[in-house]
Design a protein around this ligand. Structure first.
Ligand SMILES: Cc1cc2nc3c(=O)[nH]c(=O)nc-3n(C[C@H](O)[C@H](O)[C@H](O)COP(=O)(O)OP(=O)(O)OC[C@H]3O[C@@H](n4cnc5c(N)ncnc54)[C@H](O)[C@@H]3O)c2cc1C
Length: 303
């Protein structure tokens, strides 16, 4: 655990909590890593939501030594164990991650920033996001999945962000650093947040469905179920930020939608680790728990 003392204009002293490790993902991998870290007296925060296996209807009968158990009960037991060693849990989703000049990691969740020395991504499996039928033809030619990576190339251009959740909102807000002409398009879905948040930032909103991208060598426009529109760029930010999106924000190596790690669960970026179904290999509770344990041990040794 550590504290930074900063002086603001008001001369007040702010104490900033720095976690030893923030773990993104509240599944078997993230909670298993938390058990190893918290048991070794590290200050740990796990951020995530209850996902598909946190249910009474899911029966698990292939996890070593347990016999038959519901997914809900297994996960509740795992989380209680992590908490018993001092792990903090935040029931939320991370919409943005970054690394600062001191090598500390910042995660944005619930509109708050959480700072840590190490970062573990354990966000489960993710698939490539498909929003528009011909989007593949325009990747790198006007279609992007990452504002921090590609926003710069759209200075003063007309851009849209596709998505209906807080992740899309964060991406749209970040785009305002490059251009004032930003429209969030929900592609036929209802917004999952208050539209006032867009209005306050002067981000336009459209609910129409995009049928296809128009353009010869690059994005020139879109055909929607209502009209044709001229635009220069499209950022796809549907659903929540999955492991692919988080990896892009930090420049991590990804192959076939899996974050590449070594045998100690280290990614290509110092201080960042990944474990569980977001990494290559057999995706099961047993393997996620094992990879989480390895990550927890490696991180603990580095702190
Ligand atoms: C219905 C079902 C039945 C299954 N049955 C079995 C079985 O019988 N035996 C077995 O071994 N395996 C089973 N599996 C597979 C098993 O559940 C997975 O292999 C395992 O859960 C992977 O663990 P994980 O921790 O890597 O990821 P997950 O369990 O997928 O957890 C991912 C976590 O990341 C969080 N997350 C994602 N994005 C973000 C974000 N942006 N910010 C914060 N948090 C985020 C999620 O909220 C979640 O908490 C089943 C899976 C399903 C869906």
């Amino acid at each position: 655990m550590g504290f930074i003392i900063t002086f603001k204009k008001t001369q007040k002293i702010l104490l900033l909590m720095i976690y030893d490790c923030v773990i993104i993902g509240r599944g078997p991998a993230g909670l298993s890593a938390a058990i190893y870290l918290a048991r070794a007296n590290k200050k740990v925060l796990v951020i995530g939501k209850e996902n598909k296996i946190w249910k009474n209807e899911v029966n698990i009968n292939n996890y070593f030594g347990i016999g038959e158990i519901t997914g809900k009960l297994l996960m509740e037991k795992g989380e209680a164990q992590a908490k018993s060693f001092g792990t903090e849990i935040l029931n939320s989703l991370v919409t943005k991650i970054s690394v600062d000049e001191k090598g500390l990691f910042n995660c944005l969740a619930n509109s708050k920033e959480f700072t840590s020395k190490k970062l573990l991504i354990a966000t489960g499996s993710s698939a490539a996001k498909k929003e528009i039928i011909n989007q593949e033809d325009f990747i790198g030619r006007g279609v992007s999945f990452c504002v921090p990576c590609d926003g710069f190339f759209f200075k003063n251009k007309k851009v849209i962000v596709i998505g209906n959740g807080e992740y899309a909102l964060e991406e749209a807000i970040e785009l305002l650093n490059y251009t004032n002409d930003v429209t969030l398009v929900s592609n036929g879905k209802k917004l999952s947040f208050d539209k006032k948040l867009l209005d306050d930032k002067e981000i336009k909103f459209e609910e129409f469905i995009i049928e296809k991208i128009i353009g010869e060598k690059k994005v020139e426009g879109i055909k929607t179920n209502k009209e044709e529109l001229k635009i220069d760029g499209i950022f796809i930010a549907s659903g929540n930020a999955d492991s692919n999106d988080l990896a892009r924000m930090l420049g991590l190596l990804v192959e076939n939608n899996k974050i590449i790690v070594n045998s100690e669960m280290k990614t290509n970026l110092s201080g960042v680790f990944a474990a569980g179904d977001c990494t290559p290999g057999f995706g099961q509770i047993a393997t996620a728990v094992a990879k989480g344990a390895v990550a927890g041990l490696t991180i603990s040794k580095e702190i």
